[in-house]
Ligand binder design. Structure first.
Ligand code: DCM
Length: 156
């Protein structure tokens, strides 16, 4: 029994380490039927004032798509339908407890299917067209994903 407990303890410790090292972040490029995408300005923290696609950290045991749906409900008050995977970029390691390259931001296209938008955590929300994206002050992680978002808007 003692050997079994030691085994379980070691397993739990390894799982906890893994969970800390690979914090995934997901973002949603929510589009409307007028070729626009929703962008959000961070209201607090070190990245305050910068623009991002809404989203956040995937919790242990949670799928990326579930995390996306949960984050959009929490941050925006809406139900979304995730659609295409658009691309991913490495995060700087801050998210993953300082482990460089251990974490990525993975962006999905999607649409709002329920509710009314409310900025619960952001200082501002805007619907922007493809030509209005480049000029925003983006979070560094999100900017490389803009071409994929413009492609999505162009496809309608
Ligand atoms: N993040 C990002 N781009 C996004 C969403 C989040 O780079 N579109 C980063 C910022 C934070 C971390 O992920 O360091 C967690 O996000 P949040 O604070 O929103 O949970």
């Amino acid at each position: 029994a003692r050997a079994m407990q030691a085994h379980l303890d070691a397993y739990a410790a390894a799982a906890a380490r893994r969970a800390q090292e690979v914090t995934q972040v997901v973002g949603a490029a929510l589009v409307d039927d007028r070729q626009r995408v929703l962008v959000a300005q961070r209201g607090s923290g070190p990245l305050a004032g910068l623009w991002e696609f809404p989203g956040g950290k995937v919790e242990p045991g949670e799928s990326e798509v579930s995390a996306l749906v949960r984050e959009c409900r929490e941050e925006l008050g809406v139900g979304i339908a995730p659609e295409a995977f658009l691309g991913e970029v490495p995060l700087d390691g801050v998210v993953a407890g300082g482990v460089p390259g251990a974490s990525t931001l993975r962006l999905y296209g999607g649409r709002i299917i329920a509710g009314e938008l409310v900025a619960h955590e952001h200082s501002e929300l805007r619907w922007l067209g493809p030509d209005e994206l480049e000029g925003l002050a983006w979070i560094p992680a999100d900017r490389p994903l803009l071409p994929a978002v413009r492609d999505l808007l162009a496809r309608g």
